[in-house]
Design a protein around this ligand. Sequence first.
Ligand SMILES: NC(=O)c1ccc[n+]([C@@H]2O[C@H](COP(=O)([O-])OP(=O)(O)OC[C@H]3O[C@@H](n4cnc5c(N)ncnc54)[C@H](OP(=O)(O)O)[C@@H]3O)[C@@H](O)[C@H]2O)c1
Length: 309
Amino acid sequence: MRILLTGCLGQLGQELRQRLLAHGRLYATDHNTPADEHQVFSLDLTDRGALLRILDKLQPDLIINTAAWTAVDAAETEQGPANAINVVVPQILAEWAAANQALLFHYSTDYVFDGTNTLPWYEDDSVGPVSVYGQSKLDGENAIINSGCKHIIIRTSWVYSSHSKNFVRTMLQLAVSRDQLQVVDDQRGCPTLAENVALVTIEILKRLQLAEGKDLSGVYHYTDDQPLAWCEFAERIFSRAHEIGLIESIPEVIAVDSSVFQTPAKRPLYSVLNCEKIERVFGIQQKSFSSALDDCLAGIQRNHSEDLS
Ligand SMILES: NC(=O)c1ccc[n+]([C@@H]2O[C@H](COP(=O)([O-])OP(=O)(O)OC[C@H]3O[C@@H](n4cnc5c(N)ncnc54)[C@H](OP(=O)(O)O)[C@@H]3O)[C@@H](O)[C@H]2O)c1
């Protein structure tokens, strides 16, 4: 199998890269590739001509598209570039996949929902993004579905990892210099380790191979298993990081309403995703948030603790 992985230097892309090597001939790409990174080729996916040339040359059977515009606030003022990568690129990949019988894996977000539910969102619940980012991810999903290609779209939420820029690493960096932190208490979702989304992706690939051509295309929700408010997430990070000696002291977390932080983009207040479908179809159960956080913090302690000073 020939596999094209996009966004391979991002949070999820990094977790997928090594794991995909066992599954075929891997071509990994990103757009700001460091000079010493010889296994990755540089490509701006929004260069339509270049993208189509690469697809025609590599002829992937499987395209795994983790590349995205993920800067939620910046998308409010940078709608054009956000749509270029979150809508137009998935559309090009999907149309190519449809014409060439390739399978497209793609990732989307809890931010396609408006956040007004009080129970976890099902895949076919009404969508209603409240931000440009959420709308762009929804439009990307629809472009894929409308192309008619074989696809798996995984909606996930609040992704973090031991590397890259994310909430866990930001909290740990702040813990070094602050005794007190204000953190939002009125947005609830499920923090999800990027590695677990990668493991779920590999698991689905194996199940699809066993399904022998049966088309299981669709949107699936996957998150780790613990709904939390951002302030509760921060408390869990500090408590475990302190226990393992990653931070010297625990800052006081002051729970505040999201109106205290005037961000350009609105966020859904309740974006917990129901993950029954992925279990029913692929036998995939939600992984433990506690273990995931421990793994992430251990990874930071092992490889990235100098970033916190
Ligand atoms: N992060 C979250 O909390 C979250 C939550 C729900 C869903 N998701 C979805 O999960 C997927 C993976 O997210 P992630 O956190 O791994 O994202 P990420 O860390 O931001 O990685 C995205 C990658 O795409 C690359 N990219 C952006 N524009 C590109 C372009 N024009 N050409 C080539 N590469 C480009 C980025 O490169 P640069 O960094 O150099 O721009 C980056 O390496 C995305 O679809 C995202 O929408 C994420």
